[in-house]
Design a protein around this ligand. Structure first.
Ligand SMILES: [Zn+2]
Length: 69
């Protein structure tokens, strides 16, 4: 049972393609609902975590560390 941990800044590929032609989304909010920003057009959506996890095909972690903060 390994649970994928999604973090803000991660980019995911969803099964469903956005009308703009992009299937990549950046996570900008996590929690019960996930906030996703389309990498193609910048459109933002909120979807429940359960739905989101089922829709994800691939995930790239950004590995961004904010040591400057
Ligand atoms: Zn789009």
């Amino acid at each position: 049972m390994d649970r994928v941990k999604y973090e803000i800044g991660d980019v995911v590929r969803l099964k469903k393609m956005h009308p703009c032609g992009s299937d990549k989304w950046e996570i900008y909010r996590t929690g019960i609902d996930f906030g996703l920003k389309c990498q193609g057009c910048g459109h933002r959506v909120m979807i429940p975590r359960v739905k989101f996890e089922k829709a994800v095909r691939e995930r790239w972690s950004q590995g961004v560390s904010d040591s400057q903060a």
